[in-house]
Design a protein around this ligand. Structure first.
Ligand code: BG6
Ligand code: MG
Length: 216
């Protein structure tokens, strides 16, 4: 059996539900370009970096734009997104997270954030969880988004543990794939019908014990 030394957490959809804010902001941008994006399509953007998301959205709308315009659009979307994020408080932490971290802290298991978001630290500060991680790997520290394993491999490296000693918590299909490619076990947050490749799937962290995760 693998020894478990570290838990690596995605942010959006695992610690807080910012996916809805990303959707509102991207949809606003798509609407200004004359098309709409569905909630089902938004699922495919989870865990995908800002510019990769923009490219997928433009392809969905059949729109081709020069690089400079794309950068402007991404910046505008981020401004809209940050307006929504600025209203977040610790009350926005997803169910079960606070209790799970309380249990985790007494076990000696190391923790890292593994998010492709460039806004990760700002969000953690807003919800009062900036001091809860031994390492923070975010979009400012990586060159490749999920499903590339870079974000999780960097997390393990920064914590000084091997991939086989890590368990990743993820809500995105791209994130589960990234963790698997890193050689890590996974807890999928969401539906087993969607997160088919996760080691274990739970709807949220409520009632999940650290021991259960360690023995996956
Ligand atoms: C991920 C989200 O966590 O971060 C994606 O799931 C998002 O939807 C990505 O595009 C990048 O976020 P940001 O905050 O850098 O635009
Ligand atoms: Mg996520």
């Amino acid at each position: 059996m693998n020894q478990t030394k570290a838990f690596l957490f995605d942010l959006d959809g695992v610690i807080v539900d910012t996916a809805v804010f990303h959707y509102i902001a991207w949809r606003r941008m798509a609407n200004t370009l004359g098309f709409d994006i569905s909630e089902a399509f938004n699922e495919t953007l989870k865990g995908v970096s800002r510019m990769d998301s923009l490219n997928l959205i433009l392809a969905e709308g059949g729109v081709t734009l020069p690089e400079e315009t794309k950068l402007e659009l991404a910046a505008r979307k981020n401004d809209w997104y940050l307006e929504l994020v600025s209203q977040m408080t610790p009350a926005d932490i997803l169910p079960g997270v606070t209790d799970f971290f309380r249990e985790l802290k007494v076990t000696g298991i190391r923790t890292a954030l593994g998010s492709v978001s460039k806004n990760a630290k700002l969000i953690l500060a807003r919800i009062g969880m900036l001091d809860q991680f031994d390492a923070i790997i975010d979009g400012t520290k990586i060159s490749k988004g999920k499903p590339d394993p870079e974000v999780f491999l960097k997390g393990a490296e920064e914590l000084g543990v091997s991939p086989a000693e890590c368990v990743v918590f993820e809500d995105a299909v791209a994130g589960i794939e990234a963790a698997r490619r890193a050689g890590m076990r996974t807890v999928g947050i969401g539906s087993p019908d969607v997160l088919t490749d996760a080691t274990l799937v739970v709807p949220n962290l409520t009632g999940l014990s650290v021991e259960t995760v360690c023995t996956l």
